[in-house]
Design a protein around this ligand. Structure first.
Ligand code: ZN
Length: 306
């Protein structure tokens, strides 16, 4: 079986305004680069039952979002989360991509899947848009695995340099989901201290200082691997943000592109048996185009080798 890439071109119409770091070029460079790899199979997201959106988010919030898309121009959901007319389809397709990815792994169409999509999702809480995120794509995916496929142990690994406050918020008291985040701290969005552990010890936050380099990061990552081993997940979701790269303009970690290969490889090595190779990864942040292109290629290299 091959690795699948699930995405569509509607992300191009999610306009965040001039000079915004979360821009369409981010996904375009990743897609153009991955197209050179003949080992990958491409697929578009299929329509999904929106009831799954309502498991992760409050219905009032979904109504608020659906009513926020302007007929023209831009609308601010928060200080830096902006929507345009094309954002309706783009945000729906980002969620549809992870749902289609999960179905494709479950149907054995692909061995694993990466979704290069936008808007990202991990800052979106049950009832709040934040940090460029509208719907929490990975959280909808985890709820879909539980509701549709009856999984009882889902692990979400979030190596984006920012804490995924939204994913933590959605699963804080859900013992079926282990959420692990490594992130710069103190930093945006302010959450992610190591005493935020979830109601069932199902949250593991690994806050690291600005300036964290590859060696320091990979040493700290051993705690992620240990927790994963103990949890023995049945399915793994990556919240794959590449803004911990040394060239990223929004944060101050010093990872190299190849570190994303090591992170992915080490993770898969410790839990391949328990997850039976079931992995879906979805793009979160990453704001230097070249770093994003190279780092996502290294992440895919490990997924392809698996
Ligand atoms: Zn980020």
């Amino acid at each position: 079986m091959k690795t699948g890439i699930i995405t569509t071109d509607t992300y191009l119409n999610h306009d965040t305004g001039q000079g915004h770091p979360e821009r369409a070029d981010r996904v375009s460079v990743v897609i153009e680069n991955l197209k050179k790899n003949k080992k990958l199979i491409w697929k578009k997201p299929l329509k999904f039952d929106t009831k799954y959106l309502k498991i992760a988010h409050e219905s009032d919030y979904i109504d608020e979002v659906e009513n926020s898309f302007p007929k023209k121009g831009l609308h601010f959901l928060d200080g830096d989360t902006i929507v345009s007319p094309g954002s309706r389809q783009a945000s729906t397709d980002a969620v549809a991509s992870i749902i289609t990815a999960i179905d494709s792994v479950q149907n054995k169409e692909f061995k694993n899947v990466f979704c290069p999509v936008r808007p990202p999702g991990h800052h979106a809480e049950k009832d709040k848009a934040m940090g460029f995120c509208i719907y929490n794509n990975v959280a909808v995916g985890a709820h879909y695995l539980i509701d549709k496929y009856k999984f009882n142990k889902i692990a979400i690994i979030d190596f984006d340099v920012h804490h995924g406050n939204g994913t933590q918020n959605i699963f804080y008291d859900n013992e079926k989901v282990l959420y692990i985040s490594t992130h710069q701290y103190p930093f945006y969005p302010g959450t992610g201290a190591n005493n935020e552990k979830g109601k069932h010890d199902n949250i593991l936050n690994i806050p690291l200082p600005a300036g964290t380099n590859s060696e320091e990061y990979l040493n700290a990552y051993e705690h992620v691997l240990k927790k994963l081993k103990e949890f023995k997940p049945e399915f793994l979701l990556f919240s794959a943000g590449f803004d911990a790269h040394q060239d990223d303009p929004l944060a101050q970690f010093k990872l190299s592109s190849k570190d994303f290969y090591d992170i992915t490889k080490r993770t898969l090595k410790v839990i391949n048996k328990s997850i039976n190779n079931k992995v879906v990864s979805i793009l979160e942040g990453g704001y230097d185009l070249n770093a994003l292109k190279e780092s996502s290629e290294y992440h895919l290299k490990a997924l392809i080798e698996n």
